[in-house]
Design a protein around this ligand. Structure first.
Ligand code: SAM
Length: 215
């Protein structure tokens, strides 16, 4: 990723998380993780919430009695998490582009909700290698990513700088996946669940893929 794209992303997400300034009562989960409750409840280790943002999924995991490690590149997001969810095991600020600050095979369940679609192909592959490294054999990554059909949120719009990767007005980059892309990027994992669907958490409906893969 270029330095400009990386800086723009950090600026954009810090501004977003500062401006939202939400409190715990206003945080909502859309329960997309319910389908994977058996996997989540079977976890024997803390669950990693990657790109946690405001903590929708952290909230869900805590409500299920799980220990949660919440991570994001945005200091503002991490401050909000610490304030709203003092019971999280850890809230860690790091950029996935710099590698993950965890030992091999630390986690048996990782959540990555709408945070794996901001990278060029080589960075995406490097991040997935890191995710694989820190998952135990048989561990699960449960995630959602933009679909190529997400026209309400920029699919096919702006300058295409790589296949299905677009530069946005804010100077960030955003990937939109099709099923072939997902099967290719995640070819080192076993795909257990893969479905394109509509999410209505935002003002305009969002098309995305909900996926569960196993190492
Ligand atoms: C669309 S939000 C999703 C937040 C949350 N997972 C949810 O679904 O509500 C994307 C989040 O990914 C984080 N993110 C984007 N690029 C990142 C990177 N390179 N390293 C770590 N976090 C990143 C952003 O800071 C932002 O909080």
């Amino acid at each position: 990723m270029t330095k400009e794209h990386r800086d723009s992303s950090l600026r954009y997400w810090n501004d977003t998380h500062k401006n939202q300034n939400y409190d715990r009562e206003s945080i909502r989960t859309d329960n997309w993780l319910e389908r994977f409750d058996d996997i989540i409840m079977g976890s024997k280790k803390p669950v990693l919430d990657l790109g946690c943002g405001g903590g929708n999924d952290t909230l869900y995991l805590l409500s299920k009695g799980k220990q949660v490690i919440a991570c994001d590149q945005s200091e503002a997001a991490i401050e909000n998490i610490k304030r709203n969810f003092p019971e999280v095991k850890e809230a860690i600020c790091f950029n996935m582009l710099d590698g993950f600050p965890f030992n091999d095979e630390t986690f048996d369940v990782m959540i990555a909700d709408l945070c794996l679609h901001y990278f060029g192909a080589e960075d995406t592959k490097a991040i997935l290698r890191e995710i694989r490294r820190i998952l135990v054999p048989g561990g699960h990554l449960i995630f959602r990513v933009n679909s190529v059909n997400d026209v309400n949120h920029g699919a096919g719009q702006g300058k295409e700088i790589e296949h299905n990767l677009y530069e946005t007005e804010s100077g960030t980059i955003k990937r939109f996946f099709d099923e072939t892309d997902i099967r290719s990027f995640f070819s080192d994992f076993e795909i257990e669940y893969l479905k394109e669907e509509t999410m209505s958490r935002y003002k305009f409906e969002k098309r995305l893929f909900r996926v569960c893969v196993k190492k």
